[in-house]
Design a protein around this ligand. Sequence first.
Ligand code: FAD
Length: 354
Amino acid sequence: MSETPHHEVIVIGGGQAGLAAGYFLRRAGVDFAILDERRQGGGAWQRMWPSLRLFSPAQHNSLPGWPMPPQAGAEFPTVDHAVEYLRDYERRYELPVRRPVRVDQVRRTDGEFTVTTDVGTWTAGGVISATGTWRAPYVPAYPGMTDFTGPQWHTASYPGPEPFRGQRVLVVGGGNSAAQILAELSTVADTTWVTRRPPRFMPDEVDGRVLFDVATRRLSGTANGVSELGDIVMVDSVRDARERGVLHALPMFDGLTPRGAAWADGTEREFDSVVWCTGFRPALRQLRPLRLSRQQGRIPTEGTRNPEEPRLHLVGYGDWTGAASATLIGVGRTARTAVAELTAELDRKRANVA
Ligand code: FAD
């Protein structure tokens, strides 16, 4: 690239959060670009295991403007359907996504941002960070982890059940990924599930629709948090695992051994593989040069705006950037607020300069 391209706003990440931001930026008439490191659209959904189903029916997984079409023969859509929807959404609104472009660093220079990538440099008046969490899988440290001789996987690398057929598999973690992976693996393998605290199952009738309603009512102060309902949504596969009697969790082990795991009471069990379903962290490495303060690995936000850098917004990631903002149905609300605040801030800056 010979000249440094400039946009009013650069969105980093072209998953559902970046596309939702793009929708509102386009409506606001802002000059912007979305930079995404993946070759194709669909964000993290492209990397999820094929049997995964969304938590709620298609119409409850819609980005702003265009509802997700139903999937023939599947009330709860597949991962492929979500990917197709995001790709169609991008085309439908002609969102200016540049890919593959990996953003390595965001810096502050002369009152604007310099965005350095693997293919060149951009400048922008404002940045919306929508990089998700999939790039930053989290595995807690336990004694003996490097001694264990079998393979260790993470939700992010889980390939589906086939490689585990006939094995003894240890599944670690108390959330939805763990429950769903356990449910699937237990149909082909001898599974053991361990959690730090007893798993909290939601009532059977709670799915993504209810969670979104609760998140919305919580915003208006008329409901407690979603977590009051439990952690694990009882999707069909998890209910089936319950029926088969495999949905029981042991307390966390003390450490791994070369052939398995050991507990404080002296119990030892042998395993062929371990699957860590222990979550993700926000993928924010590219913002490090801004030297913003951090709290527990997060960059603090007021709503979506970073208080130290008012022209930087974070969209998606988790409830800390807005209720249900890590979901297809919830991210639109967060993205709308981010774009409204960011464009107002850019207007203010322009007015001050003029
Ligand atoms: P992503 O989808 O991760 O998109 C971020 C994009 O940014 C990616 O394309 C990435 O490659 C790109 N990127 C990252 N870093 C850079 C960089 N430095 N430079 C350039 N590009 C970059 N949500 C629901 O709504 N319904 C569900 O049923 C549901 N089920 C789930 C089940 C599981 C097991 C999991 C793990 C999640 C589930 N989710 C569900 C959550 C949802 O999948 C994610 O929250 C969502 O994908 C996040 O979207 P995003 O756009 O914020 O991030």
